[in-house]
Design a protein around this ligand. Structure first.
Ligand SMILES: *Cc1c(COP(=O)(O)O)cnc(C)c1O
Length: 428
């Protein structure tokens, strides 16, 4: 494949955009080479500026669960745009999507819309602190909750990709209120609660981690977190920016039958437009301004284009009774096929999967936390990435990312992908 125009565009972008990208992982730094510039996309496929076609396993990092340029979503946005793109007033549309989200997700009464997953998690933590009148939070190493200051402490994917455990610009004062625990390590969490009695406002967690590859919670882990929070008066925040409206209608809460106190959304909920949201019981959510004392706002929050896209997306996910089963089956097919060819070629690997989130780690040992995720062989991953790219398969340019399966993928696409994985390792 030729990447002539992408290379040229990257040179130009670098003149005026730091690193040529508006979000770091896009830059291919972890795998080497020049990022491909995408011109358009349809269904399961991306088309770059040089005219190359790819099967897409990233899907804008999750949102395009029904495929790119999905017609009903595109139409909803186009029709809405004709009516004006932003008013800075309430709209009927916001109530409609809020009602739908509240009906789909277990245990939430109210939801507030923001513009990104980062904002959702940042606001959820402020709300938890305000509500509990405590300062400290627990986050897990390798979990990513967006790039706001409190979370840039062992934050997975983008940051581990670049080996920046703590970003400069985050003050010591902020960092000291974020306590770090190891994912799937309940004793670690208990010891933090012991050492910080009545000081912990919340635990924030990706109920299925997706930013250090895909890491499922060990059986009982989330239940134990729930118990600890309930007993200590801390809130349990599920960051479902990745898992929400992907693992089930009601996300990880539904899948694992666990009720969090605050749930954060992003990615799928916006149908491909910039949207985030956080939600919870009325008594907690009413602590927000203008009813309560915790301030949170946004000029473009609840933007009509974004709400139109999100509403159409959620409506389809709500009405299609087979969608999550179909996604699970497609991903299981991919998993089975890849396992077979990797075993055949004697590759040391671990595959983790929950529903339509899947990741391949080049290490034979179980991957259950950030440390074990880091044991993967990055050199093999780089070759894997570039060899798949050459064959028209686009996976995330980092070993710390989950693949996001879209319903637009056909079994033909999946079979071709498995064949390519086989080819890559046969030739090594
Ligand atoms: C992507 C992601 C975020 C951040 O969302 P943005 O929209 O990129 O700000 C937060 N939490 C999780 C779990 C994510 O995967």
């Amino acid at each position: 494949m030729l990447y002539k125009r992408s290379s040229q565009l990257f040179v130009e972008a670098n003149q005026v955009i730091p690193g040529g990208v508006n979000s770091p992982v896009r830059a291919f730094k972890a795998v080497g080479g020049t990022p491909i510039f995408i011109k358009e996309a349809k269904g399961a496929y991306l088309y770059d500026e040089d005219g190359n076609k790819y099967i897409d396993y990233i899907n804008s990092w999750g949102p395009m669960i029904l495929g790119h340029a999905h017609e009903p979503v595109v139409n909803a946005v186009v029709e809405r745009a004709k009516m004006g793109t932003s008013f800075g007033t309430p709209t009927a549309l916001e109530t409609k999507i809020a009602e739908l989200a509240v009906s789909m997700v277990p245990g939430i009464d109210k939801i507030r819309f923001v513009n990104s997953g980062t904002e959702a998690c940042m606001s959820a933590v402020r709300l938890a602190r305000g509500y509990t009148k405590r300062d400290k939070i627990i986050k897990f190493s390798g979990c990513y909750h967006g790039h706001s200051d409190s979370f840039l402490i062992a934050a997975g994917s983008g940051l581990s990709t670049f080996g920046v455990p703590n970003s400069p610009g985050v003050t010591q004062g902020t960092a000291k209120d974020t306590l770090l625990a190891n994912y799937n390590d309940i004793e670690h969490v208990k010891s933090l609660f012991e050492a910080n009695k009545n000081e912990i406002a919340a635990i924030i967690i990706e109920p299925v981690a997706g930013n250090m590859g895909c890491i499922p919670p060990k059986s009982g882990f989330l239940e134990q977190l729930r118990t600890i929070c309930s007993e200590s008066g801390a809130l349990l925040i599920f960051d479902e920016v990745m898992t929400g409206f992907r693992l089930a209608k009601g996300g990880a809460q539904e899948l694992f039958s666990i009720q969090a106190d605050i749930v954060c959304f992003g990615k799928v909920i916006g149908g491909g437009l910039p949207v985030g949201a956080f939600a919870g019981r009325a008594e907690i959510m009413d602590y927000l301004s203008p009813l309560g004392p915790v301030y949170q706002a946004g000029t473009l929050s609840g933007n009509p284009l974004a709400m139109a896209a999100g509403l159409q997306m959620l409506t389809e996910l709500n009405e299609d009774q087979e969608i999550f089963k179909r996604l699970d089956e497609k991903t299981a097919f991919l998993e089975k096929g890849m396992r077979e060819v990797l075993i055949k070629n004697q590759v040391a690997f671990t595959i983790n999967r929950v529903g339509s989130m899947i990741s391949v780690h080049f290490d034979a040992n179980p991957v259950y936390d950030f440390q074990t995720a880091k044991n993967g062989d990055n050199e093999t991953f780089k070759i894997f990435f570039h060899e798949l790219l050459k064959r028209g398969i686009y996976i995330a340019p980092s070993a710390y990312e989950t693949w996001f399966i879209t319903d637009a993928l056909t079994y033909e696409d999946l079979t071709y992908t498995i064949k390519c994985v086989d080819e890559v390792f046969q030739s090594l």
